[in-house]
Ligand binder design. Structure first.
Ligand code: ATP
Ligand code: MG
Length: 345
């Protein structure tokens, strides 16, 4: 039968985002461990029912690259979505925890002062391949765009599986949450920032930004400091900033090159960051030199380049990206085993 609040026992707090929080729970009747996402929404009962209907699409998803859904229900004033629990968490918390244990000598140039560490490029490669699989599944089998690709929505488990969560199945949910958090993300493509029609290519842009963040161990617009005081952007306040933009603020003082070169000041409002993404050349992946690895690093940089074409017509589709050489598994003797790597975390 459908999942009920009374059947769930809270085990641990998994994390907090802008839209709500996620709790590890046990479904007592079945003994299944789940992740329960609690979203505070501002909507009439009729809209809430519509959201539940839309969330039902998640039930029909069946892909090794998409977290499975156990059901959603209303628990006033929240909507709760019960999904597959991924025991290694999301790639943002993974890269942030790696940094704390790693030797400084293994860091790539430019990140020496970072407290956060990069994900090995061969793991980034394997994760990218699975994200593409998930995007293709959502688009071709379910007819939806993901709309929120970023490290915190890419999850890992100790089987070495990589799966997407928080995809845009419910337009009504997005509308209702939008009042408590901004629908603006620093992973958004230039065309989406500009309010143009967007497509699967917009998810590809977000993937490109995400891959740089994982491989470098920091958000690519690392010098951007978000000014939380109301300034030129009277309609934007601190409650509307995404966690990614806030965490760039925390680190930004330690950095010396990047956006500040253009603006002269080291402070960017979220609007200025959006303008920067629209106006300036896209960021690029800089990979460390890997001995005996053919042109591994070059392949990765080319792949990310193709994700970050500012013009969506020039940007490759997920299927075109899958056909690029970096996605070929053959002949990668130095490849880390995803499952073994996951178990080291
Ligand atoms: P935002 O609200 O901006 O989208 P977010 O993705 O970090 O940010 P949530 O979606 O609320 O916010 O997720 C909070 C955290 O919970 C994630 O960062 C992730 O680490 C963890 N999490 C989410 N879903 C799962 C899951 N199915 N299994 C394990 N951990 C999860
Ligand atoms: Mg999320």
């Amino acid at each position: 039968g459908p999942i009920q609040e009374s059947d769930l026992q809270n085990l641990a707090e998994l994390g907090m985002g802008n839209g709500g929080s996620v709790v590890k729970v046990e479904h007592i009747p079945s003994g299944v461990i789940m992740a329960k996402k609690i979203v505070l929404i501002d909507a009439k009962p009729s809209v809430r029912k519509q959201i539940l209907r839309e969330l039902h699409i998640m039930h029909r998803c069946s892909s090794p690259y998409i977290v499975s859904s156990f059901g959603a229900y209303i628990s006033e004033p929240n909507i709760c979505i019960c999904m597959e629990y991924m025991n290694k968490g999301s790639f943002d918390s993974i890269y942030k925890s790696i940094g704390r244990h790693e030797q400084p000598s293994t860091r790539i140039q430019g990140t020496e002062e970072s407290t956060e560490g990069p994900i090995p490029i061969s793991i980034v490669r394997q994760a990218a391949k699975r994200v593409l699989g998930g995007l293709i599944y959502l688009y071709e089998a379910m007819g939806v765009l993901h709309r929120d690709i970023k490290p915190s929505n890419i999850l890992l488990n100790s089987e070495g599986q990589v799966k997407l969560c928080d995809f845009g199945v419910s337009g009504e949910l997005e509308n209702s949450v939008a009042k408590t958090f901004v629908g603006t993300s620093v992973y958004m493509s230039p065309e989406r920032i500009q309010g143009s029609d967007y497509s699967i290519k917009s998810d590809v842009w977000s993937l490109g930004i995400t891959l740089i963040e994982l491989a470098h161990g920091c958000f690519p617009f690392a010098d951007t400091e978000v000014d939380e005081s109301p300034s030129d952007s009277g309609t934007i306040n601190s409650a509307l900033l995404s966690p990614a933009s806030i965490h760039t603020k925390r680190r930004s003082r330690r950095r010396s090159k990047g956006v500040s070169e253009h603006g002269g000041v080291n402070t960017l409002s979220i609007l200025e960051l959006m303008h920067h993404i629209v106006r300036e050349p896209p960021p690029a992946l800089i990979t460390p030199f890997i001995p005996h690895s053919k042109d591994f690093a070059g392949e990765a940089a080319q792949f990310v380049d193709q994700c970050l074409k500012k013009n969506p017509n020039e940007r490759k589709s997920p299927r075109e990206l899958l056909a690029m050489s970096w996605m070929e598994d053959e002949g990668r003797e130095d490849e880390l085993d995803l499952k073994m790597w996951a178990r080291t975390l």
